[in-house]
Ligand binder design. Structure first.
Ligand code: NGO
Length: 526
């Protein structure tokens, strides 16, 4: 090679290197990304950030929780990208090619779950007052990535995401999902999967319905027959099952790492056949009942006049409180059709005292309003507006679970195979198109703690069925709980949901293909 040729080659090499380094990131519009729940404010800046194998996740400050968030994010991004992103704590400002997670004390508007997300060509910054807020922001960031980010295996592609600024916080502090593990038992691993699914949409409560006529699902060491016998079956005669206290602690910890509070429910005085079958002394006539595998409700009751009943309740609440870090114990109280009202009222009054003595607050289904509610007791509305109003008149805060809007066990439409229909069909528009603050006349936003979507499992036997019943309705409920009513419009939601289906498919999450939405993406592009 002559010297000139040599110099030419070198010049070309440098020119190419220079051009590549100056290459602009593609222009992208943040407003085109599907975000569920919809954030309070999204401002696009028209450019993009590229995640590469050298992107660093930086944690500002020495917070163990924040470091966990960083690792969670790295793990989330790993399977599809193949990147082993480094997670480091730092005391400095964000450097180029980093995702910077920082707790700030300056933004009083964020509350404890709000966050801001700033994406530039150089870096991504998530700011919040708490690690909880950062976690919610991470869920938004996740949805800005292409859907393929959710793939369980390596995707050979580049990872650009739209630049811009998001500012966001929830409209309600309580955004829950309930899972009935009594009618059909769901293993600990399934519950963890459920937690991961609800965490994606920023829900923050998992209410576990742990006891009912068909099964007792939580180990109580001082009353062992509850699980060994009372937990041995389920609807349809399957073998049931239960969580040991260690299993339960594992579920609680898993939820905590996703900033989800577990609320355990022991349903009483009705819905108690599994207890009555395990201990004859809890029955008024001293005789044990039989295991029950049907779907009827309202036929069982604890004997409210016997002292042993309260010893039993106290032991159960005490053991459960010891392994429940969250502030609430749910005492059920629904459909006690076999308990006389004059027995029901003193029972609920006394059980509230037991819960309080164990340093927890009470939640109960709306029938509990006939009792004298303790100052911190919360009423979960599911059926009768009259009860919700009475709760408010007794100064209780309300959780809204209207059965004709939020019950995930209701059929979507006349062709849904699973589910019940006593509260009517609940298709995705019905599930989405309502405002908590105007649902019951006389109940306004200040009376409402939040909303919760219950999945009762009389007809739901496995995870695929569970997913079909909760998706996509639960996404709409998550948006109702999070996004201000003024920003929610069915026509806009419908399109976002339709686009989001691709992500669900990549995650192999089953969902109900309601005829209200045109799920066929190709058609949408035409
Ligand atoms: C009712 C009942 C549950 C059923 C459910 C079925 C409440 C609060 N109690 O809701 O036991 O499983 O309906 O939809």
């Amino acid at each position: 090679m002559t010297l000139t040729k040599y110099l030419n080659t070198i010049t070309i090499f440098f020119l190419v290197a220079l051009l590549t380094s100056c290459k602009e990131n593609p222009k992208m519009n943040l407003l085109n990304e599907v975000l569920l729940p919809k954030p309070v404010s999204v401002k696009p800046t028209g450019s993009s950030f590229e995640l590469t194998r050298n992107t660093k996740i930086l944690i500002k400050g020495d917070s163990k929780k924040l470091l966990e968030n960083g690792k969670y994010l790295a793990n989330l991004l790993k399977p599809a990208t193949g990147f082993n992103l480094e997670v480091q704590t730092t005391s400095k400002k964000a450097i180029s090619n980093s995702i910077y997670l920082v707790i700030t004390t300056q933004e009083s508007n964020y509350g404890d779950e709000g966050y801001s997300l700033n994406i530039t060509e150089k870096h991504i910054i998530i700011k919040a007052n708490t690690a909880k807020g950062i976690f919610r922001g991470v869920q938004t960031l996740r949805q800005i990535f292409p859907s393929e980010i959710e793939a369980a295996d390596y995707q050979n592609r580049k990872w650009f995401i739209a630049s811009g600024e998001i500012y966001d916080y929830p409209q309600f502090t309580y955004r829950g999902a309930m899972l009935d593990v009594t009618r059909h038992f769901f293993k600990k691993e399934d519950v963890k999967k459920y937690i991961d699914m609800i965490a994606m949409y920023k829900l923050n409560v998992l209410h576990l319905h742990l006891s009912d006529d068909q099964g007792w699902r939580i180990e109580i060491k001082s009353w062992p027959n509850l699980t060994t016998y009372g937990g041995s079956t389920e609807v349809g005669g399957g073998k049931g099952g239960f969580y040991t206290q260690e299993d339960y602690k594992e579920i609680v910890k898993y939820a905590q790492q996703r900033y989800i509070t577990v609320i355990p429910e022991i349903d009483m005085p009705g819905h108690t056949n599994a207890a009555l079958v395990s201990y004859p002394e809890l029955n008024c006539d001293g005789k044990a009942t039989k295991l029950y595998t049907g779907m009827k409700v309202g036929f069982s009751t604890l004997c409210t006049n016997k002292e042993i009943t309260y010893r039993f309740v106290n032991d159960v609440i005490r053991e459960l409180s010891e392994i429940t870090p969250g502030p609430y114990i749910h005492i059920g109280g629904d459909e006690s059709h076999s308990t006389k009202i004059e027995d029901y009222i003193p029972f609920i009054n006394r059980v509230q005292e037991i819960v309080i003595a164990n340093k927890k607050k009470v939640i109960g289904w709306d029938e509990i309003v006939s009792a004298a509610l303790k100052p911190a007791t919360i009423v979960q509305y599911w059926g009768r507006p009259k009860n919700a109003l009475k709760g408010v008149s007794k100064n209780a805060k309300i959780i809204l679970s209207p059965s004709d809007r939020t019950y995930l066990d209701m059929k979507y439409d006349s062709v849904t195979k699973l589910g019940l229909k006593w509260a009517g069909y609940v298709d995705i528009d019905k599930a989405y198109n309502w405002n908590p603050s105007t649902l019951i006349s006389g109940i306004t936003k200040k009376d409402i703690l939040g909303i919760e979507s219950p999945l009762w499992t009389e007809t739901v036997t496995n995870m695929k069925e569970l997913e079909l019943m909760i998706f996509p309705r639960i996404i709409g409920h998550a948006e109702i709980g999070w996004t201000p009513d003024s920003l929610r419009v069915w026509d806009d939601y419908k399109i976002r949901l339709q686009k989001h289906a691709k992500r669900l498919k990549i995650m192999k999450i089953n969902f109900y293909p309601s005829s209200l939405i045109d799920w066929d993406e190709k058609k949408e592009k035409m």
